[in-house]
Design a protein around this ligand. Structure first.
Ligand code: HEM
Length: 426
């Protein structure tokens, strides 16, 4: 990375932050009459973020739209309303990002309209069925290796041994990062993803600084890789994107954004799912026995884990004009929380929503979003989780949690941050 690149990168990060401060200050000043029931539910409260389900039950007991005055956010918690909002990208904008804090970045998940459609068309060729099939052996090998690690170390923290390394190593391989660089890559990506827990406080600023340092290191790394060449024609994601692009080239800047997008969107979410899977199977031994007796249920059980755990708990939108939900009008410019976690536990959509049933087949869950921004990595995630679950069912008699688990307090992404387990071999 040249000095000019460094200055340009820091400059664009500073502009992003300054824009966020102005947009959030403007949002805080705006006073529209509020025509919605007030709720004390606070998605940014750490204890609620760690264990949100009682709060979801209270939301479901109230009206369809509720408003938190402290956070100036409207909350949708019903599956039908969350799905309708996710589909209505003409009236509900993603341009201020998927978090509560309004922040504009040029990555796919924060784009609207034609700009979004164009960038999505560029990314999709990297995730064709043929591409996914070609990655299956890598995924199966990683699942076998990481489950071995956990089996060989009774009482170890499964988050550190499996749930973090599996998706990081996979993305590293898919991006063409050589094994020798994976540890650096893991450190940078852990730092960079802190942006998903950003707020405009001193703590938020420290996280942003860490995130920028991680992104910068990653930027230097990929710029060097691009300069050396060798990606084009390779069976990596970036190689596929280059091959698909008519001119045979994409600007390095765009390739770097794709790499960052996959890291930000794909790592911590999958970590949450894999860690949560161990906790759920340990605390529902009868469901685990059902799976061991019927391994064909593995894909269905993964869907139920996706619903039950909701690794991404919510996404946000900004109303472009007044937006009606039932009898309530949400005013233009308001921030709206689409609570995926609550929608996935909606008693109107799921019988006994707080129960984990491996054979439920909850096909309408909202875990990967819906509509224009539907998750691009959904199939990859399923393949990873199914590979790990198949390994467990074949080789492990019983999963036990030893010691108290710790859950994240990130308001957006939820999963165990520490989970000591012992696996009893079959
Ligand atoms: C458990 C794992 C995952 C969950 C729960 C999840 C969840 C989501 C959700 C809810 C969205 C929609 C965001 C919105 O509507 O604003 C989304 C979008 C996205 N996801 Fe995932 N995701 C997961 C894994 C992955 C993986 C593994 C990748 C890639 C390697 C990925 C790539 C993306 C991308 C690129 C988008 C943006 C799509 C767009 O804006 O058009 N995700 N994800």
């Amino acid at each position: 990375m040249t000095l000019t690149d460094g200055v340009r990168f820091t400059g664009s990060a500073a502009r992003t932050l300054a824009g966020a401060v102005l947009a959030n200050a403007a949002g805080a000043r705006r006073r529209s009459p509020i025509d919605a029931a007030v709720t004390a539910y606070d998605p940014l409260d750490a204890a609620t973020a760690a264990q949100p389900h009682a709060a979801y039950r209270r939301l479901h007991g109230g009206p369809r739209v509720q408003y938190n005055p402290k956070r100036r956010v409207f909350v949708l918690s019903r599956l039908d309303d969350v799905r309708a909002a996710a589909r209505d990208d003409a009236n509900l904008s993603s341009a201020e990002g998927p978090m509560l804090t309004r922040i504009r970045t040029p990555i796919l998940v924060s784009l609207d309209g034609e700009q979004h459609a164009r960038q999505r068309r560029q990314v999709l060729p990297a995730f064709t069925k043929a591409a996914l099939d070609s990655w299956r052996p890598i995924i199966d090998r990683l699942a076998a290796e990481t489950v071995n690690e956990v089996l060989a170390n009774p009482g170890c923290d499964v988050v550190q041994r499996l749930a973090i390394p599996m998706p990081v190593r996979l993305i590293a391989q898919l991006l063409g990062v050589p094994g020798t660089d994976v540890e650096d890559f893991r450190r940078w990506s852990e730092a960079a993803v802190q942006i998903t827990d950003l707020d405009l406080t001193a703590r938020g600023a420290r996280k942003l600084a860490g995130s920028l340092r991680g992104s910068w290191a990653m930027h230097r790394y990929f710029t060097r890789q691009f300069a050396v060449g060798g990606l084009k024609g390779s069976d990596t994601i970036l190689g596929r994107l280059l091959a698909e692009n008519a001119a045979g080239s994409l600007p390095d800047r765009e390739l770097f954004y794709f790499a960052m997008l996959l890291l930000l969107a794909g790592n911590e979410t999958t970590t949450n799912l894999l860690g949560g899977m161990f906790d759920t199977l340990a605390t529902h031994p009868e469901q685990y026995d059902l799976l061991r007796a019927n391994p064909d249920l593995v894909p269905m059980a993964v869907e139920e884990l996706l619903r039950y755990l909701s690794p991404a708990q919510n996404v946000y939108r900004t109303a472009l004009s007044d937006y009606r939900v039932g009898d309530t009008t949400i005013p233009a410019r308001a921030r709206i929380m689409l609570s995926i976690g609550a929608a996935n536990r909606d008693p109107l959509a799921f019988d006994e929503p707080d129960a984990f049933r491996a054979d439920r087949n909850p096909s309408q869950h909202m875990t990967f979003g819906f509509g224009a921004h539907l998750c691009i990595g959904a199939q990859l995630t399923r393949m990873e989780a199914q590979a790990v679950l198949r390994e467990l069912v074949a080789r492990v008699l019983r999963i036990s949690v030893v010691g108290a688990p710790r859950w994240s307090t990130n308001s957006l992404l939820r999963g165990p941050t520490r989970l000591a387990v012992r696996l009893t071999p079959a």
